[in-house]
Design a protein around this ligand. Structure first.
Ligand SMILES: Nc1nc2c(ncn2[C@@H]2O[C@H](COP(=O)(O)OP(=O)(O)OP(=O)(O)O)[C@@H](O)[C@H]2O)c(=O)[nH]1
Ligand SMILES: [Mg+2]
Length: 297
C-alpha cells in the first residue's frame, strides 16, 4: 500500500511554516527569517519514504492580501495551493490567535478540505500543561482531522505529525522521483538564499522592498557555479543601506549566501551581486514575473 498527495502548509505570516516544511523534508527548501512575509512563492518540498510520498506546498503567509501587487500575488499563491491540495496543514503559534489566523482558517473552511492543525513553537510554552486548554480551544474552531502540537525549530513531535499526515493521504502512486526534493531550480534557490541573508542583516522596511534576480548562472567545466545576482530596492535611499558602510553589509550577506549554497549544493560557488534601484517593482507585473511568479497576478 502506497500513499501520496499534496499537502498545503498555510497560515498567517511568521508562524513557522517554512521551518516546518524544512524540518519535515529534512532539507532546506525554503528560506526562514524572524521577519513576517519571508516566503513569497508556493514552494514544493517532497518527502519520499518507502511507502509514501508527501508533497508539501510551503506558502506565503496569508494576511488578507491587500496592498501592493506583490502582496496580493503572495496571498493568491497561498489560496491556489489550497485548491491543488489533498490535505491542509494549518499552522498557528502556541498560545496566539490573531485575526489573521481566523482569516486563514476562513479560507480553509471555504475550501472544505481535511485539515490538520499544527500548533507550533511549543518550546516556548512553560509549563507544558498550559498547552492543554489551548488545544481544547482550537478543537472548536474547525472539524480538524487532528491537532498536533510541535516545535518545528527543535524537531519536537514531528515523527508523530508525519505519521498522522501520511495516514490521511489517498492511496496512490508517487508523483515525483525518489530523488526530487523541490520543484524550484538552482537560480531560484540562489536568489532566495541571498535574500534570506540580506533580510537577516536589514531592518525596518528595507527587507520588504528587496527583490533578488539572478542575472546569470553558469557552470564552469570544473563544476564551479558562477552566479550573478541583481538586488532590487524600491527606493534610492535603500541602496546605500543594502550596500552598507564600505560595502560591508552586502559583502557579508554575499559571503554567507555563497557559503550556504556551497554546502547545499556541495560544489564551489562564486557569487557576485550588485544593487539596482527599481522604483515600485512590487507593484509591477513584469518585475514580479521576473522573480519567478508563474501564477495569476
Ligand atoms: N521558538 C520557535 N521558533 C520557531 C519555531 N518555528 C519557527 N520559528 C521561528 O519563527 C520565525 C518565522 O519562521 P518561518 O519558518 O520563516 O515562518 P513562516 O510561517 O514561513 O513565515 P512567512 O514565510 O513570513 O509566512 C523564525 O524566526 C523561526 O526561527 C519553533 O518551533 N519554535
Ligand atoms: Mg515562510
Amino acid at each position: 500500500m502506497h500513499r501520496s498527495g499534496f499537502i498545503a502548509v498555510v497560515g498567517r505570516p511568521n508562524v513557522g511554516k517554512s521551518t516546518l516544511v524544512n524540518a519535515l523534508v529534512g532539507h532546506k527548501i525554503s528560506i526562514v527569517t524572524s521577519k513576517p512575509h519571508t516566503t513569497r512563492h508556493a514552494i514544493l518540498g517532497v518527502l519520499t519514504e518507502p511507502e509514501s510520498q508527501m508533497v508539501f506546498i510551503d506558502t506565503p503567509g496569508m494576511d488578507g492580501g491587500t496592498g501592493r501587487m506583490m502582496n496580493r500575488a503572495m496571498n493568491k499563491a497561498a489560496t491556489a495551493a489550497l485548491s491543488s491540495a489533498d490535505l491542509v496543514v494549518f499552522v498557528v503559534e502556541a498560545g496566539v490567535w490573531k485575526d489573521k489566523d481566523q482569516q486563514a482558517l476562513d479560507q480553509i473552511t471555504q475550501a472544505a478540505l481535511p485539515a490538520v492543525l499544527v500548533v507550533n513553537k511549543i518550546d516556548r510554552v512553560r509549563p507544558k500543561d498550559k498547552l492543554l486548554p489551548v488545544l481544547a480551544e482550537h478543537a472548536g474552531r474547525y472539524d480538524f482531522a487532528a491537532i498536533v502540537p510541535v516545535s518545528a525549530l527543535k524537531s519536537d513531535n514531528l515523527t508523530s505529525l508525519r505519521n498522522q499526515l501520511v495516514s490521511l493521504l489517498p492511496e496512490q502512486e508517487a508523483f515525483y522521483d525518489a530523488d526530487t526534493i523541490t520543484n524550484r531550480d538552482l537560480s531560484f534557490r540562489a536568489a532566495e538564499t541571498l535574500r534570506e541573508k540580506l533580510m537577516h542583516a536589514l531592518r525596518d522596511e528595507v527587507p520588504y522592498g528587496l527583490g533578488v534576480e539572478i542575472s546569470s548562472l553558469k557552470e564552469e567545466h570544473d563544476g564551479r557555479l558562477i552566479i550573478d545576482a541583481t538586488i532590487w530596492v524600491d527606493r534610492e535611499s535603500h541602496k546605500g543601506i543594502v550596500i552598507g558602510k564600505q560595502g560591508q553589509l552586502l559583502k557579508e550577506a554575499g559571503t554567507a549566501a555563497r557559503q550556504e549554497l556551497q554546502r547545499l549544493l556541495d560544489r564551489r560557488v562564486h557569487l557576485q551581486s550588485h544593487v539596482k534601484v527599481k522604483r515600485n517593482w512590487s507593484d509591477n507585473a513584469q518585475s514580479i514575473r521576473q522573480l519567478g511568479y508563474d501564477g495569476e497576478l
